[in-house]
Design a protein around this ligand. Structure first.
Ligand code: NAP
Length: 301
């Protein structure tokens, strides 16, 4: 029986873990992967985390995990299937069996969204990718497209521009959502062409991606772009499927909790990208972890 179980070992989960052990809680972190970091792991470079300018996502993940290991945070490897509220006791059901705790912090993060166009599923892994840092090297010297206008799309385009001959950034509007600092860097890369007001309607190719069909929603015309790779960065969806019906969520599946991370179920807290909030960043995820532990302490008292 633990005081606290933390589900997920991204920035929110690890942030909670270090605050929790330092507060003397008997806790464990459950994750399905032995490698911590969540979405940070597949981020090329992080330049907006205080004190660590320009750190790579993999280095940052490693440093977060090292910090937790140094403080003796115990990790359990298991896939969480559901959480059950039995009053003072919470049961975490996993593929490795059940774990009991007085409180649980849900910190399962988010996963990339799909574009939902013809050819996407068929060519996934054959030129269609959701992770530029993982797959970018396969496209060295080639022409690729990145779809989206947020931080991830722009970061991906910048990263790929360093490897590829040409990068199209296809965005459905004429203003990017990404941070201004990223946009400045993007504009400085000569081999990136932004394709504004354009929606990808089809990804073409037999065994490998050969082209994308792009519909310009202003001119109402379609044309195709010859590319060998398509990097889809159209946002994220929260990993909250297993908590549906257990805690209150909004229509997109984000858990309703304020900055105290308190959910609709007493003793269950939500931290990081799974929580409905205005700004999803690494620093706000880590902050959620600390706030969630503060709330756990009050709850346990
Ligand atoms: P995002 O900010 O939600 O941006 C998604 C982009 O995809 C938007 O530009 C959106 O267009 C576009 N899009 C959505 N659905 C689409 C569709 N069906 N077809 C075409 N385009 C579509 O997502 P993200 O870039 O993945 O970032 C996720 C979160 O992580 C954000 O909160 C971001 O700030 C955060 N993040 C933080 C850091 C950091 O801290 N350094 C780094 C990366 C990401 P519209 O603009 O028209 O809506």
């Amino acid at each position: 029986m633990y005081d606290l179980l933390i589900i997920g070992s991204g920035p929110a989960g690890l942030g909670a873990a270090i605050y929790g052990v330092r507060a003397g809680l008997n806790l464990a972190v459950i994750d399905r992967s032995p490698i911590s970091g969540g979405q940070v792991l597949t981020t090329y470079e992080v330049d907006n985390y205080l004190g660590l300018p320009g750190i790579s996502g993999s280095d940052m993940s490693e440093r977060f995990r090292e910090h937790a290991d140094k403080l003796g945070v115990p990790f359990l490897m298991a896939e969480v299937e559901s959480v059950e509220d039995c009053g003072e006791k919470k049961l975490v059901h996993t593929d490795e069996g059940d774990y009991e705790a007085n409180a649980v912090i849900l910190a399962t993060g988010a996963t990339h969204a799909m574009l939902g166009v013809e050819g996407e599923m068929k060519l996934a892994g054959m030129g269609v990718s959701y992770c530029a840092t993982c797959d970018g090297a396969f496209f060295r010297g080639r022409t690729v497209a990145v779809i989206g206008g947020g931080d991830v799309a722009v970061e991906d385009a910048i990263f790929l521009a360093g490897l590829c001959k040409k990068v199209y950034l296809v965005h459905r509007r004429e203003a990017l959502r990404a941070a201004e600092s990223l946009q400045r860097k993007l504009r400085s890369m000569a081999n990136i062409e932004i394709v504004w007001n354009s929606e990808v309607t089809q990804i073409q190719g037999e065994d490998m991606v050969e082209a994308i069909v792009v519909y310009n929603n202003q001119t109402k015309e379609s044309h195709s772009l010859d590319v060998m790779g398509v990097f889809i960065a159209v946002g994220v969806i929260p990993n909250t499927e297993m908590f549906k019906g257990f805690v209150n969520m909004d229509e997109k599946g984000y858990i309703l909790a304020d900055e105290t991370c308190t959910t609709s179920v007493p003793g269950i807290f939500a931290a990081g990208d799974i929580r409905k909030k205005a700004l999803r960043q690494i620093i706000t995820a880590v902050a959620d972890g600390a706030n969630a532990v503060n709330s756990v302490q009050s709850y346990l008292i």
